[in-house]
Design a protein around this ligand. Structure first.
Ligand code: BG6
Length: 488
């Protein structure tokens, strides 16, 4: 087979996190509440009622965490800023102690030559803005987000080069406004598309500010991308996969890169009466900016068939469908009674019979990483940074206080090999931030779904010692970085 190209010399070998999932210190030094601080306390919403009050206490232990990154040789660290630390009320009064925390973190990273990659929004809009005007349902959020972003741009423009606007807009709008699984806990497709459009405008406006304030920086969104496959070569399924790709991916990415909504999906939403309201000037704003790079969060793709209302499943296919419904937490397929949902009759999600699954039922599909990168390169032609990819698993601390996470090493290695193949194909990949650096709070799944290179001694019931223990994968990744991927 073809000899693989080396990873670029300055490849950003990194790891990632998000504020709510690691920081804790939820009320400290003037921080306001975010919608996650509130939502996680509603009984029954999160696994065993876990929340981010303490999380893994990164707020107090960031120096220790950065030291572990430095010892590992990490070249980039992606983290998010909690808006409610900077502007406790969402807008207006600036909390300097919040800014100081991130400044300290950034300085600490730079001390060890670790490139900071700063995410502006990882799902935690201030509760004050939710209370005042329903958050992303109101256009007021566009200006408030811009105000927040400008504070950070001004303060960190000389210290941070790589910026991410929104993390997985597709995921947080769907889970928050459609599936009642994340805050603001709504099940309303029309509201989802309205909020989504407003977030697109907020994204564009913030990028405009960035061009003015950080002319030498690089900015882009991080999208939760999964390539969509047809169940088989039946043209009905191939067409369904095209629909799925447009609905689940291009619907967002075409806006980010080309400032327009894909026509096929727009017409479908029109038929269903759920198109977002477009005011004069909106499309001009969306078209006025373009990201410098695409952040790609890749966990898995999806497999679809023609919708099962018009094309019922054959008997032998029933099981695939059941497996899928039983296990995928990000289920995108509407129930029969929601036949008015926009995917019907465009496609139906099913399990992929070729793929194994994680302990949480997520398909493991390294080749999908290469397919994703190839599709994105040919459609959008921008440099890409993998801003998330990793394995959520149960890890066991042995008697010798070690973690033998060979399964995580296998997972990461297989994905990195596919990235290297994509680079060899001609794709422009500038970095890879594994999810995650330390173990952290997995939103709805508590602390037992672990992703980190570094184990945290805590569980769902107890904060325990919060001791940091590097896993086997930590030492493995350290060597990958040292050899710039040659030891993969
Ligand atoms: C992404 C998010 O959706 O996937 C992360 O950006 C998240 O914040 C990660 O933790 C893994 O998802 P989960 O549900 O397993 O924590």
């Amino acid at each position: 087979h073809t000899k693989l190209d080396d990873f670029p010399e300055n490849f950003l070998w990194g790891a990632a996190s998000a504020a709510y999932q690691i920081e804790g210190g939820w009320k400290e030094d003037g921080k306001g509440s975010s919608i996650w601080d509130t939502f996680s306390k509603i009984p029954g919403k999160t696994y065993k009622g876990t929340n981010g009050n303490v999380a893994v206490d990164h707020y107090h232990r960031y120096k220790e965490d950065v030291k572990l990154m430095a010892d590992m040789g990490l070249r980039a660290y992606r983290f998010s800023v909690a808006w409610s630390r900077i502007l406790p009320n969402g807008s207006g009064e600036i909390n300097d102690k919040g800014l100081q925390f991130y400044e300290n973190l950034i300085d600490e990273l730079r001390k060890y030559n670790i490139e900071p990659v700063l995410t502006l929004y990882h799902w935690d809009i201030p509760q004050a803005l939710q209370d005042a005007y329903q958050g992303w349902e109101s256009r007021q959020a566009i200006d408030d987000f811009n105000e927040y972003a400008r504070v950070l741009f001004k303060r960190f423009k000389n210290k941070v080069k790589y910026w991410v606007t929104f993390n997985e807009q597709n995921v947080f709008t769907a889970l928050g406004y459609r599936w009642e699984a994340h805050p603001p806990n709504i099940a309303n497709v029309k509201k989802m598309f309205e909020a989504n459009h407003i977030i697109n405008l907020a994204n564009a406006k913030a990028i405009q500010s960035f061009r003015e304030l950080v002319p030498n920086g690089r900015i882009g969104p991080s999208f939760g991308y999964g390539p969509i496959y047809p169940f088989d070569s039946n043209p009905n399924h191939v067409l369904a996969a095209l629909n799925g790709e447009e609905f689940q991916n291009h619907w967002w990415m075409d806006v980010y890169i080309h400032g327009k909504y894909p026509k096929v999906i727009w017409k479908q939403l029109e038929r269903l009466g759920v198109t977002p309201t477009i005011e004069s000037g909106d499309m001009e704003l969306l078209q006025s900016v373009k990201p410098d790079f695409l952040g790609v969060n890749y966990y898995h793709g999806g497999t679809v068939r023609a919708n099962k209302i018009e094309f019922p499943l054959k008997d032998e296919e029933q099981q695939l469908d059941k497996d899928f419904e039983a296990t995928d937490p990000y289920l995108m397929e509407p129930k029969e009674e929601q036949a008015q949902s926009p995917e019907v009759p465009m496609f139906t999600n099913v399990s992929n019979p070729y793929l194994e699954k994680t302990d949480w039922g997520w398909e493991i599909d390294p080749i999908g990483m290469r397919i994703a990168l190839r599709r994105l390169q040919s459609r959008y032609d921008l440099p890409m940074m993998i801003t998330e990819n990793g394995l959520g698993a149960f890890d066991e601390l042995t008697e010798n206080r070690e973690i033998e996470d060979q399964y995580r090493i296998d997972y990461l290695r297989e994905h990195l090999v596919e990235i290297q193949k994509a680079i060899t194909d001609g794709v422009d990949v500038i970095g890879y931030c594994a999810w995650s650096f330390t173990d952290l709070l997995s939103w709805l799944n508590g602390y037992r779904k672990r992703y980190g290179f570094v184990y945290i001694d805590r569980d769902d019931e107890n904060e325990k010692s919060l001791e940091r223990i590097p896993k086997k994968s930590y030492y493995w990744y350290k060597n990958i970085i040292k050899t710039n991927g040659k030891s993969l």
